[in-house]
Ligand binder design. Structure first.
Ligand code: GDP
Ligand code: MN
Length: 336
């Protein structure tokens, strides 16, 4: 593909073997962006950075998804900025809106209660639609069927460093299923029953747990209680075969039937994190410590050799990664 191999990779990558940086293989992969027309300005900021730091050498396509048709202006400006094909998809109604099986009176009571407790997005139905869609539907969209790997991008995020190798090829060659940059604790108020429901699922389907899974990232007592750790899903590089697996399909359907996306406010971050951690082996989950990334108000700033290699413009000391509210030091401890 044009441009892909034109620029030599400076230096010797610290954490990624040399061969990946120079690999000619191209993964079956796409960016995926769920976004509203009203976020055009913010999404072109993200796109400009993804292109300059990475994709203008690789030309991976983009899939934009929305429950409303994208405006001509949206398609024109996003199409101008990127160096690859773009697909603009409409989300099927049944993948987005609150299902009729949800008791709306009960859901409304729960929204008001969360709102009264000042929980962020506590009373928002669209936010719940979004969380459910990202949890169980984005990889089912017809435009996504042609792809295996995806990189999720949101409006208004920052990429601080050059990405000096192909992360999709890295995922494929190392049999990774899920990659993250930031982790943290969830607000318990948004998921009061998620772990109870998850434990019931495990009781019914012990066969779905991966051998050597990452339960220890989620629980400090062997699975009895959830420690609220999750990967921050506004950034994800993942293998959709994980979400399309029987294990995750059964898990999502079980959660969806429970109704907690609407009766509580289950986020796609804890749902994906639990799914990735239980249905993958722990070494299939990858911390992209060398990807400099910010979604307000937190960032991962690569350190030391990674900072030099990526020519990062974030300050090394301004990294959330090993601060108290991050779970990434717990993640690292799974390996010692
Ligand atoms: P936050 O990061 O949890 O504060 O939530 P965001 O507002 O950033 O939403 C997460 C992602 O879903 C972003 O990519 C948004 O553009 C997208 N999103 C959120 N709500 C909607 C919606 O109602 N419609 C569409 N099309 N996208 C949405
Ligand atoms: Mn966001």
């Amino acid at each position: 593909t044009k441009g892909r191999d034109q620029e030599p990779v400076p230096g010797s990558p610290a954490s990624i073997p040399h061969s990946y940086a120079h690999s000619h293989a191209k993964a079956n992969a796409t960016f995926v962006i769920l976004v509203r027309n009203s976020e055009l300005k913010e999404i072109v900021e993200s796109l400009k950075q993804i292109e300059d730091r990475f994709n203008r050498q690789y030309h991976y396509p983009y899939v934009f998804l929305n429950e409303e048709p994208f405006s001509e202006e949206f398609k024109r400006w996003t199409g101008e900025i990127i160096s690859s094909p773009a697909y603009y998809g409409l989300i099927p109604r049944e993948h987005w809106y609150q299902p009729d099986t949800i008791d709306e009176a009960r859901a409304a009571r729960m929204r008001h209660a969360l709102q009264a407790d000042d929980v962020i997005y506590g009373d928002s139905v669209p936010y719940r639609n979004m969380c459910r869609f990202n949890s169980g539907f984005f990889y089912k969209h017809p435009l996504m069927q042609q792809f295996r790997y995806y990189w999720r991008v949101e409006p208004g995020v920052k990429f601080f460093c050059d990405v000096t190798y192909d992360p999709f090829v890295f995922m494929e060659q190392n049999n990774k299923t899920y990659g993250f940059t930031i982790s943290m604790y969830e607000y318990e108020r948004t998921i009061p029953s998620l772990w109870t429901v998850t434990k019931e699922f495990i009781r019914r389907h012990p066969e779905h747990l991966a051998p050597d899974n990452a339960m220890r990232f989620l629980s400090d007592d062997g699975g009895n209680t959830y420690n609220l750790c999750h990967f921050w899903s506004n950034f994800e590089i993942g293998d959709m075969n994980l979400w399309r697996s029987k294990a995750y399909t059964d898990y999502f359907d079980f959660l969806d039937a429970n109704g907690g996306f609407y009766y509580e406010r289950w986020g796609d971050a804890p749902v994906h994190s639990i799914g990735a951690a239980l249905f993958s082996s722990k070494d299939q989950i990858h911390f992209f410590k060398d990807i400099g990334y910010r979604h307000e108000p937190f960032q991962n700033c690569p350190q030391g050799n990674d900072h030099r290699k990526g020519k990062c413009w974030c300050e090394e000391k301004d990294s959330f990664t090993y601060e108290g509210y991050s779970c990434t030091s717990r993640w690292d401890r799974l390996y010692v």
